[in-house]
Design a protein around this ligand. Structure first.
Ligand SMILES: [Zn+2]
Ligand SMILES: [Zn+2]
Ligand SMILES: [Zn+2]
Length: 256
């Protein structure tokens, strides 16, 4: 089973359109960041966490052929606006795509893609099966087990996901409640939000993410959802402790 980060950048991606800062003009391939998304596949099944505006390119680059289910962390555009591009998989299987999210987020998906839910839909419209998921729920797709965990993204309660009890995927958060922290303590791999050096109302800053990582004490920690304001990766990776790393698009892990 393989877990791959299809994207590791914040909502505008990197480079930012029209920006000529050192990050956006960096030649380090790690400084090209699509919007955050994670793909988990084994021989027979595949699931994706979040489907943002870069989904089509990410799927083509990674050679995604099938997706059995989609897990959504929250309703911000950079995490759901690519759902329409799931149509090739929906047409191939002739079944609605299973979308797991919290009830509030499922309602938001209906508002954002109303044409997918009308009875006499346009024949080319996507079809979604909306499946509510709550903190603590475990869903198994083939051999892939995904567990939902509650974190906070500023004022917004959102979901993080634990994959195969081996990877905790915590995008878009700056507050990990005690229950979640206990659930993911000492996990082999932690992937966690780290936006930039300056504080932000809904994302961990560099110092906050270091603190959170230290308290969770994962085997290895990787930062995601970086903004171009963080600077080029090679400049800040030097100040990381030895068990914390910058992530990059295409980073993958083999899972048991
Ligand atoms: Zn985001
Ligand atoms: Zn820039
Ligand atoms: Zn967000």
């Amino acid at each position: 089973m393989i877990f791959t980060l299809l994207g590791s950048g914040t909502s505008q991606g990197i480079p930012v359109i029209g920006c000529d800062c050192p990050t956006c003009t960096s030649t380090d391939t790690r400084d090209k960041r699509y919007r955050c998304s994670a793909f988990v596949e084994d021989a027979n099944h595949a699931v994706i966490i979040d489907v943002g505006p870069d989904f089509r390119t990410q799927a083509l680059n990674h050679g995604v052929k099938n997706i059995d289910a989609v897990f959504i962390t929250h309703e911000h555009n950079d995490h759901i606006i690519g759902l329409d591009d799931l149509r090739p998989m929906i047409f191939k299987t002739m079944k609605p795509m299973s979308i797991y999210a919290e009830p509030r987020v499922l309602d938001e998906i209906k508002d954002r893609f109303p044409y997918a839910f009308i009875e006499q839909a346009y024949p080319g419209a996507p079809r979604f099966e909306l499946l509510p998921i709550h903190p603590g729920d475990r869903v198994t797709i083939g051999e892939i087990t995904i567990e939902a965990v509650r974190v906070h993204h500023g004022n917004l309660p959102i979901l993080s996901y634990v994959i195969q009890d081996q990877i905790a995927y915590l995008t878009d958060t700056n507050d990990i409640p005690r229950e979640a922290a206990e659930r993911i303590a000492d996990i082999p791999i932690l992937i966690i939000d780290m936006l930039r050096k300056k504080r932000h109302h809904s994302h961990f800053s560099f110092d906050e993410a270091l603190q959170a990582a230290a308290s969770i004490h994962a085997g290895r920690t990787y930062f995601i959802h970086m903004s171009h304001l963080m600077g080029p990766t090679k400049e800040w990776e030097r100040s990381l402790p030895e068990d914390i790393f910058p992530s990059y698009d295409g980073l993958s892990f083999e899972l048991k």
